[in-house]
Every structure is written in structure tokens, then in C-alpha cells.
Design a protein around this ligand. Sequence first.
Ligand code: ATP
Ligand code: MG
Length: 321
Amino acid sequence: MIENRHPIPRGAFHSFAQFSTAQLPILKHAFVLLLIAMGKILGVVNQKGGVGKTTTAINLAASLAIEGLKILLVDCDPQANASSGLGFQRDDNRHSIYDVLMGDASAEQVILPTQLELLWLLPGSKNLTGANLELAAASDRAGRLRQALLPVQASYDLVILDCPPALDLLTLNALVASNSLLVPMQAEYFALEGISELISNLERVRSAFNPTVTIEGVLLTMYDDRTNLAQQVTETLREYFRDRLYRTVIPRNVRLAEAPSHGKPVVLYDPRSKGTEAYFELAGEYLARNGIESPRAKQRKAAGALHPEKLDKSVRFWPYS
Ligand code: ATP
Ligand code: MG
């Protein structure tokens, strides 16, 4: 007798039996539309520390919010740098994603407004270190974040997850919850070794929990194109990831490093800095790759149609338009 090892119970798809095969593409299309309507989840992930995950999560979130998209930033890291970087200093009495993962609060109860009208934060806390141990024996320990975000994700155009520098249970929860992943990395030799480890983990997550998660892109951060090494690593990455390597690169910029200590995304700290410009370019590339026209872009287009003489095609993003 052949043992049935299939993880999906027989009959799980009985409700599809009433549809003919001709209708299946329509169903697939409807399912994709449903996923889009639910709001996308983008994990910012790299198990290597200090590569610019939090800087990217905060400033991509802020740039997209200014472009008119409704964004939720989720701080999944016990260091809670995304929270402090948006001005929420450590507060042991404040609920955080820890309480949500442990089932003691709903995401909706914990989400906070930020200084930007269209950006919200689900804060982290140092308690998250404990979640790794406390969830180890829990049921559905890898799917807790995905479940917690389900009731709120449709309220946002994009949910961005800032991950810790580890391949731990918190990162696993983020990989399982994400539709796609953005991998920030520095152009240095050891970065390449970390990537292959991340890819093999991603394969395991795909086969066990989340078959559709993809790599949205690889982003070079703290980039200094004057060094030969940076150029060599970029070439190697381009060969490996091809068009998954974002054309936008984030240069080393002191304003990006200073902004978190003022509790602000760089666009509010220094709107005219190179860092602000680079993250708006990243937001533009993200939107273009995903075929999204932002509400701001629509407004600019409408204004350009009324006053074509004012439309400067060389400038794409606020605050330069
Ligand atoms: P961790 O793995 O610890 O969570 P991370 O990957 O989130 O780190 P960040 O905290 O974003 O990395 O960045 C690490 C340090 O580098 C921070 O001090 C940050 O301010 C600084 N930094 C990040 N990007 C840039 C940049 N483009 N130019 C200058 N400094 C930067
Ligand atoms: Mg970080």
C-alpha cells in the first residue's frame, strides 16, 4: 500500500469541484486580485547585522507614504531600532508586536500613528528576545505573524517587516508572512556568503510554509563606487540575481546615519540630502517594478496635463517636483 504523505488532507479542495477546467484561469485571476486587495507584505531581511535593513525599512516606508501609499511598518527586531528611529523610545508599558505574537493583544490594538500621515508603526520591544524561546513549543509557531497581520493587512497598501539579524524564529515568522523579500546588503566579499545561506533557508520556507514567497530585490547599501571591490561584488551580484538586483543603490550618507537619533526618517530630518534622494529613487523603482502608479504620481500627471509647461520630466519625486 502506498502511504499518503501529502500534507494537505484529501478533500481539502472539494469546493473547487463545481468549477470546470475552463474556469480555473478566471479563478486564479480572482485569487491574485484578492491577494492584491489584501495588501502586500514585504520583508526586509538579511541575517547579517548592520547592512542597512532598518534604515531601508524606515526610509522606504516613509518615501512610499509620502508618495501617497498607506504603509504599516512592523518592527520584528528585539533591538527595536525601527521604533526608536521613528521616535518611539523604549517604553516597557507600551504594547508591542511581542504581545501580538503571544496572543495577548491584536495588531489593531498595538498599531501607532507616526509623524507622517500615511505611515503607521507596529512597534517592537526587547521582550521579543523571549518570544524566540516562548514560541518554540507553541502551536503554529512559524505562522503567528502571518495570522496576526491577516485582520489588518487589507487596510494598508503595503506592510513592511523589519527583521532581526538572525535566522531565528522571528525571522522565520517574517519569511512565512511575506509575499516578497527585499535583501539589503553591502558590496563586500562576506556579504555573498551570507546570501547563499539566506537563499537555502528561503527554499526550506518555500517548501514547508510559504510556496509563493519571492525575492523582490537585492539592494546595495552604504555604497561607495570608488572602490574596486564594490564594483566587483556588484558585477558578481548582477550575474547571480540579474534583474532582481535593484538599479538604485543607496550611497553612504551621514544624514541617513544621523536621522534615527532625531527619531525621524531622513526625509523629515534633511529632505534635500543624498539619502532622501536615494530612498525616493528606491520607492520609484519599487513602484515601477510592481506596476503601481502612486497617488502622488497621478496628481503630478494630472497637474502636468493642465500645465504641461510646468512638467519637468527630469525630476520624478517629491520634494524635488
Ligand atoms: P541590524 O542587523 O543590527 O538590525 P541593520 O541591518 O538594520 O542592522 P541599520 O541599523 O539600518 O542596519 O544600519 C547599520 C548602521 O549603519 C546604523 O548606524 C545606520 O545609521 C548606518 N547606516 C545605514 N545605512 C547607511 C547609509 N546609507 N549611509 C550611512 N550610514 C548608514
Ligand atoms: Mg536593524
